[in-house]
Write a protein that binds this ligand. Sequence first.
Ligand SMILES: C[S@@+](CC[C@H](N)C(=O)[O-])C[C@H]1O[C@@H](n2cnc3c(N)ncnc32)[C@H](O)[C@@H]1O
Length: 308
Amino acid sequence: MAAISTTPKLSGRDVPEFQVFFSDLPSNDFNTLFQLLPPLLAPAAGSLEECLVAGEGSTATTRPYLAAGVPGTFYGRLFPGGSINVFTSTFSLHWLSQVPDEVSDSTSAAYNGGRVFVHRATEATAAAYKRQFQADLARFLQSRARELKRGGAMFLACLGRTSADPADQGGAGLLFGTHFQDPWGDLVREGVVEREKRDSFNIPVYAPSLQEFRDMVRAHGAFAIDRLELVKGGSPLVVDRPDDAAEVGRAMANSCKAVAGVLVDAHIGERRGAVLFERLERRAARHARELVEKVHFFHVVCSLSLAP
Ligand SMILES: C[S@@+](CC[C@H](N)C(=O)[O-])C[C@H]1O[C@@H](n2cnc3c(N)ncnc32)[C@H](O)[C@@H]1O
């Protein structure tokens, strides 16, 4: 907002007021979000418009914009046509709209029996995940292209991977395809979870490679790529003492629970879900050193504008 307010094009003209639309699935707790927003920047003198100049006077405890919530899936339309100046989406587009149908169909070549994620899956399973990502991204781009004003911009960041192979999901793979995967196997062996129940569970996440993402945006055609990079991010394991195996185990279990806990509970119930995450914590503690060294996320980061 500061950058927009101070753009030379605006000099001598009225400073725009900003409205921010926060969008998420309808199940998102919008009330908590709104309660956490800092109060609107109170104009000391004059209008809100004056205070919005380069965020003047705004602090971490005030906000120089008006806020609204928009429930819905970003794989469909959310806003009126040509109404939005700037879109931004962070750490969300790797969430597929669904697990690809073939992946949970035991008669399909893409059936992911024995696994709960695309990492280390068969070529057919990986191809099905990739197709789903392709179809979802196309729907996302189609909707945003209708909603973005000409001259506007879109900034995206989502999980990405370094490998060309879709079945090698990098840091996300190590997290969900190995350390989260193995406790499912334990519970199946011990008879706590039925094999079919495990086999019908899959994490609907796909980290694209930079090349895939570029190809998909180009093939779609509505957007020009202004900038596109694969950026190494931090570790999802937030720990004070990386040499404390128990703490690493807890961080790992919490991280997986934050991402997949709701899906797990819906699939096998809270009681068995709790057992799964306990096992995960213990396994992660045993592999603490490897986890601290190897679990890093990469992110596809890009800036797009409407194609001429
Ligand atoms: C990891 S959080 C990222 C939240 C925030 N953007 C950030 O950067 O901290 C992923 C968010 O994407 C939302 N999400 C997943 N699929 C979605 C979809 N199809 N439409 C809208 N939101 C979705 C989830 O509900 C969740 O709030």
